[in-house]
Design a protein around this ligand. Structure first.
Ligand code: ASP
Ligand code: MG
Length: 417
């Protein structure tokens, strides 16, 4: 008998019929003797609908009130799920974030969880009641309702699993796990049975949408065994089969397991590149360029500075594509003439492709293999960045799919394990 946390996303909670299926699955786990806490999202589309209403009324709605509105989506789904469970004869009780309470800071629309009070929930669990806690929400010091950022119920679930020391946190979603790359681009993409927490963190930050990045950070910090699996399977399938399905995020490298060097190929089309031509090569120039960009709250991703020729150099960096225009404005008004750059160029047609794998730490030549593969396909690399377990390149976005397919094959990710 263990404590298991289940999280169900918007698609899994998307209709009355789906909610009944969630209830059947939860009832099965409870009948097997486990204590269960369920953390659902709002029904799919609901959070968008609610936030859309606010934006119809005002272009710049007060973030406190946005959280007030958005939190109702989850309040509806916890009530519906509790009713569905009771209909199956399972004792269940739902709680909003503030009833638990889940304490957060006051950063409306992107609050961070600070503490979870276990008292009320533990009483229910001891009685054998299934506890349903609204995802995505909490309450700050002054009892204002807060939300954790889009996709935040993943983080609620992992935080709840950590607070109650759950044996596993099962994240039920509309895909059946984490894949070696996007199967819509590469049909040979395979589901990974396990992935290390570090790899998952890289994949989440590189644009994989399977889990909210903060939930992965939480899982890492508190060592919560977290499994991504499908809610669209038969809800009554045997529990031991469910325990083997999906993708498990692990923390220790199992020495007996033949670890693939590369876990997956990630990509993202959301980047835009900016190049300042002929900037003087002297101390402080990078700061003079990127200081005003940071002040404007623009995130910079990759940076490259060329070797100087006759005292000047070209300086390039990437930002989120939607922030390209804003970045250009900052550079034109606060940087270009101040530092004496000749010209500024922007390129929205770039994409980032990354190979991720903890095996890189112990294998040499992975970068060379990646560059050779791209060269064989005639793809020019515009920028490169590396970390201990990741190599990313910026390329022309018209070659993105070709690059992903070629790399997936070159690293043997299409081979069954
Ligand atoms: N309902 C929230 C959203 O749509 C939180 C979540 O689904 O994780 O972002
Ligand atoms: Mg989600």
């Amino acid at each position: 008998m263990a404590l298991i946390v289940h999280k169900y996303g918007g698609t899994s909670m998307g209709s009355a019929e789906r909610i009944k299926n969630v209830a059947r699955r939860v009832a099965k786990w409870r009948a097997a003797g486990h204590h269960i806490i369920v953390v659902p999202s709002a029904m799919s589309g609901e959070t968008n609908r609610l936030l859309g209403l606010a934006r119809e009324i005002s272009e710049r709605p007060d973030p406190r009130e946005l959280d007030m509105i958005a939190a109702t989506g989850e309040q509806v789904s916890i009530g519906l799920l509790a009713i569905a469970l009771k209909d199956l004869g399972v004792a269940a009780r739902s709680y909003t974030g503030w009833q638990v309470p889940i304490r957060t800071d006051s950063a409306y629309t992107k609050a961070r969880i600070e503490a979870i009070d276990a008292t009320r929930v533990n009483t229910d669990l001891a009685e054998g009641t299934v506890v349903i806690i609204a995802g995505f929400q909490g309450i700050d010091e002054s009892n204002n309702i807060t939300t954790l950022g889009r996709g935040g119920s993943d983080t609620s679930a992992v935080a709840v699993a950590a607070a109650f020391k759950a044996q596993e946190c099962l994240i039920y979603t509309d895909v059946d796990g984490v894949y070696t790359t996007d199967p819509r681009i590469v049909s040979e993409a395979r589901r990974l049975k396990v992935i290390s927490f570090e790899e998952m963190l890289e994949l989440a930050s590189l644009g994989s949408k399977v889990l909210q990045i903060r939930s992965v950070e939480f899982a890492g910090k508190y060592r919560v065994p977290t499994r991504v699996l499908s809610s669209l399977t038969d809800p009554l399938m045997p529990i031991d089969e469910e325990f083997k399905s999906g993708t498990l995020i692990t923390f220790e490298e199992d020495e007996n397991m033949e670890q693939a060097v590369i876990a997956g190929i990630a990509f993202n089309r959301d980047e835009g590149k900016i190049t300042l031509l002929q900037v003087p090569d002297r101390p402080g120039v990078a700061f003079q360029i990127l200081g005003p960009v940071a002040e404007a709250n623009i995130d910079v991703d990759m940076i490259i500075q060329n070797q100087s020729v006759n005292g000047t150099t070209d300086f390039s960096f990437t930002v989120h594509r939607t922030e390209l225009d804003k970045t250009l404005e900052v550079l034109e008004s606060k940087v270009k003439s101040q530092i004496g750059a000749r010209e500024i160029r922007a390129d929205a047609k770039v994409a980032k492709v990354s190979a991720v794998g903890i095996g890189m730490r112990s294998h040499v030549g992975i970068a060379a293999q990646m560059f050779e593969t791209l060269f064989d396909e005639g793809i020019n690399i515009q920028m490169i960045s590396t970390s201990e377990i990741k190599i990313s390149v910026i390329i022309d976005d018209k070659y993105l799919e070709l690059a992903v397919r070629a790399l997936h094959k070159a690293f043997g990710l299409d081979q069954p394990d």
